[in-house]
Ligand binder design. Sequence first.
Ligand code: GUN
Ligand code: ZN
Length: 439
Amino acid sequence: SPSSRLALRGDLLDFVGAPGWGELDSPTVRFQPDSWLLIEDGRLAGSQAQEPDDSWRKADHSGRLILPGFIDTHVHCPQLDVIASYGAELLDWLHRYTFPAECRYADPAVAQQGAARFLDALLAHGTTAAVVFPTVHKVSTEALFAAAEERGMRLITGKVLMDRHAPPALLDDVAGAERDCIDLIQHWHGRARLAYAVTPRFAPTSSPEQLAMAGALCRADASLYMQTHVAESRDEMRWVAQLFPSARSYLDVYAAVGLLHPKAVLAHGIWLDAADRRVLADSGAHLAFCPSSNLFLGSGLLDWPATAEAGVKVSVASDVGGGTSLSLQRNLLDGYKVQALAGHRLSAWTALHAATRGAAEALGLASEIGHFGVGTLADVCVWDWAMGPVAQARDALVESLHERVFAWMSLSDERNLACSYVAGRQAFTRDISRNLARG
Ligand code: GUN
Ligand code: ZN
C-alpha cells in the first residue's frame, strides 16, 4: 500500500483522563501490556494485542515500556551551556551565569549550533515537544524554529522580551521588539508544528510599556501563546513589589496588561496567594512546576494540591539551566520529593499525566499529542523498564502496576531510553544494531 505503516510492540501506557490526586487504582490509566501500537502515515491508528499482518513494518520492543513523548513546558535552550552552575540564588545566578551565556546567542552560528544541540538533547531524553525560551535575539528564535521544523517537532517559542535590568547586549526596546515579534509571528506561527509564544522574560526585565505591548500582541491574536516566569523566589517577589508599587501582586502585573489567557504558561508560581490562584484559574492560564530548578536555586516548594484545588492546571518542566536535568523522570522524582516535604504524596499517575496528556491539554494540544488516541501524531518513546542490577532487582519485586511505574519513574533517566519517534519517524535511537536486529 502507498501508506506508511509501522507497528511497535511493547507495554503501552497512557492516560484517557486526569487521575485524582493520590488515586493509585485509577480508571484514567490505560495499560496494555505486550501490545502493538499502530502508526499509519505518522499518526496513531490504534492498538491491539495480536500481531498485525505483513502490511505493517514491525519494531519488536517486547519487555519495554512505550509512552507518549514527554512535553517539557518550560526550558531554556541557551542555558544548556550553564547547567549545573555553582552557588547562587535566582537573581545572582541570572547575572553570574545566565546572562553571559545568553549574550553569545547574538551570533547566528552559535544560535544554530545551540538550537540543534538542544533539540537533539531533548529527543535523547524522551522529550518530543517543548515550550522553550531562546534569547532576546531574533536570530536565536529563528534558529530554534528552523531546527524544530527540520526535526518535525512540536515546538512553542518566541523571542525573549527584555528592555531593562540586564546587560546592554541583552536589551531590546519596545518598538524594535514589537517589529521582531510581528515578523517572527508572520513567518513561523502555525507553520509545520510550530507556534509563537509572546515571551516577556519576567516582570523585572520589562518596562511597563513593553509589558503593555506584549499584552496587546496577545489580545490581537488569541492563537498566540504566552510564556513567562512568576513568583519564583522571595527576593524576586520583593523586587517586583518595589518596581510595581500599584500592583496588588506579582501576578497582577501580568493580569493588568492582558497576559493571562488560556494559552499562557507561567513557570514556578511558588509564592502566589489564594487570590492569585483564583485569577490564574479564571484566566485559563497554566502553571509549569519546575521542581529541579526550585530545589537547585533554593527558590521554594510549590504546593501542587493547593494549586490544583484552586482549579489551576499544572504541568512539570525542567527549567534547564535552573534545573539540573532534561530528564522528565528526574524532574518528576524531584517533584515527588518537593511534595513530600509539604506533606503530600505525588502518585506516578499524576506525575506522568502532567508530563504527557495533562501538559497537552493545558496547552490546547490534546488533539495532537500527549496520549495514544487515534488520529494524534505519533510522538512516542520506548523505554527500558530497568537498567542495571539495582533497578532490575527492584523491578522484579513489584506487586502492582503503580509500584512498578513509580519505581521506573524514580530509578530511570535518559539512559533507559531506547528510541524516540516524532510523527512516526525515528528521531533518536540508542543502539542502531539492536533495533535493526529487532526488526
Ligand atoms: N526568571 C527570569 N529569568 C529566569 C531564568 O532564566 N530562569 C529562571 N529559573 N527564572 C528566571
Ligand atoms: Zn525559566
